[in-house]
Design a protein around this ligand. Structure first.
Ligand SMILES: Cc1ncc(COP(=O)(O)OP(=O)(O)O)c(N)n1
Ligand code: 3NM
Ligand code: MG
Length: 211
């Protein structure tokens, strides 16, 4: 893969964050607004349920040529034919995923400590999640709140794409991209929005304004 992660606006979605609306509808609206990569993150589902949602989501994303990334679950990623996976420190390590999933796939790895950047896991990953940029109620088991200074620090230490995640919204997107992030990943700013398409378009505008 030449550049496995050229994306700018990343939707991280689960049914429970969609305010009672069907996940696939929210995702499709977001894509119409400018989301160019989607991660399915279903934390409390069986593999069977996760796979059903992944299949439904992939069908819609394929029709828009938008790639699907699967959070944590290699079986689901393999069976749905995902573009890639995202994992963190407590998950199956990227090097193990590379061994178990033969053809090249896009792997994202959460950076919670600077030391991770020098690890073999970082070496085999295609992009890094800056985890989190700002504290968020959507995920509370986090370690370092990197802030803008943290993004700049990580930027100075790697040329791989950086995905900013954690309380990302319209009002902080510009400065986060200017600090060195390549991509913005959001849950609430799109999934909780009354109009997910419009919310995505507003985020996309901020990104385009900053690059
Ligand atoms: C783009 C992106 N960045 C970070 C994460 C967090 O991954 P992880 O630390 O493995 O936590 P969970 O999402 O598994 O709870 C992410 N999912 N996506
Ligand atoms: C899935 C996820 N990972 C994070 C990390 O810090 O690694 S924060 C997060 C949730 C981000 O949700 P919201 O956009 O609603 O703040
Ligand atoms: Mg994980």
């Amino acid at each position: 893969m030449d550049n496995p992660f050229p994306y700018r606006l990343y939707l991280v979605i689960s049914e429970e964050n969609c305010a009672g609306r069907p996940l696939v509808e929210v995702a499709e609206s977001a894509v119409r607004g400018g989301v160019d990569v989607v991660q399915l993150r279903e934390k409390n589902r069986s593999t069977k349920e996760f796979l059903q949602k992944a299949n439904a989501l992939k069908e819609v994303l394929d029709s828009h040529q938008v790639p699907l990334i699967i959070n944590d679950n290699l079986e689901v990623a393999k069976q749905v034919g995902a573009y890639g996976m995202h994992v963190g420190n407590s998950d199956l390590p990227p090097s193990e995923i590379r061994k178990k999933w033969n053809t090249p796939h896009c792997l994202g790895y959460s950076i919670e400590y600077l030391e991770q950047l020098n690890s073999p896991e970082a070496e085999v990953s295609d992009y890094f999640g800056v985890s989190p940029v700002f504290a968020t109620p959507t995920k509370t088991d986090t370690v370092t709140e990197w802030g803008l200074e943290g993004i700049a620090k990580i930027r100075s230490l790697t040329s791989k794409p950086l995905v900013a995640i954690g309380s990302m919204k319209k009002d902080n997107t510009f400065e986060v991209i200017k600090a060195g992030a390549d991509c913005i990943a959001v849950v609430s700013a799109i999934c909780q929005a009354q109009d997910p398409q419009r919310a995505a378009a507003e985020l996309r505008n901020e990104i385009e304004r900053a690059i």
